[in-house]
Design a protein around this ligand. Structure first.
Ligand SMILES: C[S@@+](CC[C@H](N)C(=O)[O-])C[C@H]1O[C@@H](n2cnc3c(N)ncnc32)[C@H](O)[C@@H]1O
Length: 268
């Protein structure tokens, strides 16, 4: 049977060129100086000037380069050749090639990146759902984090991943707990960054409950700290969400609160 990650790589290689052209990612705005990082991750990670930062699952690199614009020396890792080729080209166009580099590799297998010892390891938005092993993911973090470094994670809260994203009645569609068998997404889905594009590839994804995320890091000797749950999201994850002036997406005022985002740090 074909490896889930090999299947996903084809999916990401297909959608990446769609993303670079999409309004959702707004490459022109980025080239004009827009910083793609949100207030949550910028405040949580703090000052990165002069720090070595490793960005896992960097896609075509706009967040990596946004950290570089804030003064970090950045290495982005992604397994999609399309993502890495586009990231390198964009770094040239943005004049950031001296402070950011991109490595094409699977984050569950990459080993030590650029000598290891990173002050900050960062990953955000649409990451572990694609991974078949959090123990291997945590191994990469442990191998690459400096003794006084910090890992920062921000993504969809595992609780919100239960619900059918196509309806606003919060119908449970997915397992909360991890299943050995991957979730199968057939060809024919719309792309999240450009709904007019129909994806020809299929994909596989995985549910990861909070205990598995924290547990994988703890088993490598890291301590999880600064756990934060947010009742709003970074994009309209469900049809009943509206954008507020702070740039985040909230459920309507009369709706009960739900944990939409999960952020935390891990350290030695
Ligand atoms: C939604 S993006 C996350 C980055 C960022 N939030 C963004 O939207 O630009 C997910 C990225 O994970 C990458 N990816 C998925 N599985 C991976 C793996 N096993 N190893 C490395 N990269 C992977 C994909 O190629 C894609 O670029």
């Amino acid at each position: 049977m074909e490896d889930a990650h090999e299947i996903n790589k084809r999916w990401w290689n297909e959608v990446t060129p769609v993303h670079t052209r999409s309004e959702f990612y707004d490459v022109e705005g980025f080239l004009g100086g827009r910083n793609t990082l949100g207030a949550i991750e910028r405040n949580a990670v703090g000052d990165v000037a002069g720090k070595r930062l490793l960005h896992l699952q960097c896609h075509f690199g706009m967040d990596s380069m946004s950290w570089a614009r804030l003064g970090a020396d950045v290495t982005g890792v992604d397994f999609s050749s399309e993502a890495i080729a586009n990231a390198k080209e964009l770094a040239e166009r943005a004049g950031l090639s001296d402070s950011v580099r991109f490595v094409e590799a699977d984050v569950t297998k990459v080993g030590v990146v650029n000598g290891g010892g990173h002050d900050v390891i960062f990953t955000s938005f649409g990451t572990i759902v694609w991974l078949d092993s959090l123990d291997n993911w945590a191994g990469t973090i442990a191998e690459n984090l400096a003794r006084n470094g910090v890992f920062y994670f921000l993504d969809s809260h595992p609780t919100i991943m239960l619900f059918d994203e196509e309806t606003s009645d919060f119908r449970i569609r997915y397992d909360y707990f991890h299943q050995e068998e991957a979730l199968f997404e057939p060809a024919g889905a719309s792309d999240y960054a450009d709904a007019t594009y129909t994806i020809q590839s299929e994909s596989r994804s995985f549910s990861w409950p909070t205990q598995d995320i924290f547990g994988a890091l703890e088993r490598k000797g890291l301590t999880v700290t600064d756990v934060r749950e947010y009742p709003f999201g970074a994009w309209p994850q469900f049809p009943d969400m509206e954008k507020h002036d702070d740039g985040y997406w909230y459920r309507t005022a009369d709706a009960k609160s739900l944990p939409i985002l999960l952020g935390f740090k891990a350290r030695w």
